[in-house]
Ligand binder design. Sequence first.
Ligand code: SF4
Length: 390
Amino acid sequence: MKRNDGSPAAPAWRVPPTAGGAGAGLYVHVPFCRTKCPYCGFYSTPESGNERRWLAALEREAALYRGVFPAFDTLYIGGGTPSLLGAGDVSRLFDTLRGVFVFSAGVEATIEANPDDVDADLLAAWRRLGVTRLSLGVQSFDDAVLRRLRRRHDASTARGAIALAREAGFANLGVDLMYGIEGQTFGSWMRTLETALDHAPEHLSCYELTIDAGTEFGARRAAGTLRGMSETAGRRFLLETSALLRSRGYIHYEVSNFARGAAHVSRHNLAYWRGVPYLGLGPSAHSFGGDERWWNVRPLDAYLGAAEEGRAPVEGRETIGEEERALESLSLGFRTADGVPLATLRRRPDWEAVLDRLVRDSLVSVEGDRAVPTIEGFCVADRIALLFAA
Ligand code: SF4
């Protein structure tokens, strides 16, 4: 059930501690980017000069949720481009968050960065503030591919940023890469992976480009001048990526995500996929409280206006019914190596026959009391989930 209520205040309820004691996740959306990448559907604005107003608004928004969530186990500063903020602004942001919220001991604190923004001083400042994990938006080590994505960095800048991060002491480094880009060959992708592996990042995200309506690429697709990757090609890229990375010691723990050992799985993202509550602050940020989710207004002006008037900058809320929750846990579960408890599948009367067929087709295996997707199964995770929808 969706409603749009202008939400004058923060929730009057409290999010209960999660089963097993895992803490909640906190996400902060930094809404600034120097330029808009043609494929990007995330909310961002090239307006600069509003960083201080955004920070002040974020402080007001955070205060509305004081005491609402259990201790946060993860913090993720994303965007947008967090690395456009100066060290002083990030320091003020951390002071605010620490002043309002409780964080678990050993909190995973991630910040996203573009390779062309980082330098030794900024990285050292983040380390001093307690950032434990850096996620670098490299996308490719092929300059021709980076030009098609209109990224501002080139491969050499990306390699330099990784080296600087290591020198600054980041021992948990994530590199984001992308395939399915016009003109990108399979060979170019495999060379990008090999270059990434030369740097032994603790985490690799390998996303197939999605062409969203509302982006420049989306408009080109609608006009017939850009095509997405075929399903066959997408499957080949994913399977070969998985085979290469697993042969080098990485765990393929979610459709698009790989970790160099269990200790380097992104706890923040895993919590999303496991249905752990999270709070999102900033324009366009989404939150999830177990029975309800809500999302903030997107335009920076609307966000600033609401926060400055003391209103929660929430655009809409929806209550999550039992059916929807079940479908969500299926679709999230089949996207991860955790899989789904068999008990969840039993909602459908012919679940055993469906499961047997998936096992015969090598898309799912049964491990104890869970149905776990195989790597082939990852390629069709969403379809598998729908097969078990009651
Ligand atoms: S891809 Fe990243 S840098 Fe490019 S517009 Fe989107 S958020 Fe900004």
